[in-house]
Design a protein around this ligand. Structure first.
Ligand code: 03F
Length: 209
């Protein structure tokens, strides 16, 4: 079985709203994956992602009927915290969570597209670097960029990474990549919808950490 296809994102409705509970239940499976990557540097990333999921779930659980969609949460927080918004609460947590999800999307897409370092075909540094440059780098100061460099050195081999996505089973590379492509359909649509929501609500910030 494939880790990815076991935890597929649902197709979005025509209005592209993202159901909060479905979203949280699906992204909650991602942090456990970092334990398969075999280096402690990934625990920093895991806890950041976990922390953001927990923050969003904490807001949702206060009133599930009010916060049916992610947009319901952003709009309610904009009203409740006019002075600090969007740098507050679940709005801020989702702002960062979506960047990590975008990183994963670009990494998986790059693998599916066959981007490779021809001299080192079993390394994924080119794919990881592409994802970092497009999704995260502009939000990171020099210190966090150094954490990235450490994580880059600890990145697994391509074959082991694909095996981890297949829950450790020996699956043919082409089959695994087919699963990745299938997973990316609804996953990419969901992340795009969240990015569009931040643009539409003027909720995006570009400060660095
Ligand atoms: C800001 C910031 N968060 C935090 O300070 C930084 C944490 C460390 C980030 C290190 C970068 C590493 C890059 C990844 C390299 C990976 C190599 C992968 C090899 C496979 C925010 O934090 C808080 O989040 C927010 O709550 C707070 O309030 O200003 C705010 C205040 O600060 C980030 O930059 C988010 C980092 C997300 C990184 C995601 C990386 C994902 C890596 C690997 C994915 C593996 C693929 C899994 C596929 C599974 C599919 C199911």
């Amino acid at each position: 079985m494939s880790l990815l296809l076991d935890n597929q994102f649902k197709e979005l409705p025509p209005d592209k709203s993202v159901d909060t509970k479905l979203f949280l239940d699906t992204v909650s499976h991602i942090p456990a994956f970092f334990d398969c990557l075999g280096s402690t540097v990934f625990s920093v990333i895991k806890s950041d992602i976990n922390g953001n999921i927990t923050k969003i779930r904490g807001v949702y659980m206060k009133d599930p009927a009010k916060y049916v969609t992610l947009q319901d949460i952003l709009v309610a927080e904009r009203e409740a915290h006019a002075a600090e918004w969007p740098k507050v609460g679940a709005t801020l947590a989702l702002m960062w969570l979506k960047r990590g999800l975008r990183f994963i999307q670009i990494l998986l897409q790059s693998l599916a597209d066959g981007d490779r370092d021809e001299n080192n075909p079993n390394l994924i540094q080119v794919n990881v670097t592409k994802a970092y440059q497009e999704a995260l780098k502009k939000y990171h100061g020099w210190f966090v960029q150094r954490i990235f460099q450490a994580a880059l050195h600890a990145a697994p081999y391509r074959s082991n990474f694909l095996k981890a996505l297949s829950k450790g089973e020996e699956v043919k590379e082409e089959d695994c990549l087919a699963n990745v492509r299938q997973f990316l359909v609804n996953y990419t649509a969901t992340i795009d919808a969240i990015y569009d929501m931040y643009t539409d609500l003027n909720a995006e910030l570009d400060y660095t950490v």
